[in-house]
Design a protein. Structure first.
Length: 100
């Protein structure tokens, strides 16, 4: 399993719009081949901080996600709403085990 955890800081004036844009990206991402999870999390103590948890069966499927129309639209839409550059960190998912 290939997991990417993305940390995002959003300008306070754009939090609601960011959440709406993430909902669309989430709804379409969970339909992608190999998607296991696509969680959008908002920090309980700071509503301008978010984490995206993206899990795919393989690294290739995670890479393919970044070429989808909905991802490219999301990226372009939210770019100016961020207070600093988003940071994504890749992980190898150990459990649950994935069989391809």
């Amino acid at each position: 399993m290939h997991v990417t955890i993305v940390h995002v800081c959003v300008k306070a004036d754009y939090v609601n719009e960011f959440i709406k844009a993430c909902q669309v990206n989430h709804e379409r991402s969970v339909q992608e081949l190999g998607n296991m999870r696509f969680d959008v999390l908002q920090c309980a103590d700071d509503p301008t901080r978010f984490v995206l948890y993206e899990a795919y069966q393989s690294r290739q499927q995670a890479i393919a996600h970044k070429a989808t129309g909905h991802y490219l639209t999301w990226r372009a839409t939210v770019a100016d709403w961020m207070s600093k550059a988003r940071v994504g960190v890749d992980y190898n998912g150990l459990y649950p085990k994935v069989t391809e």
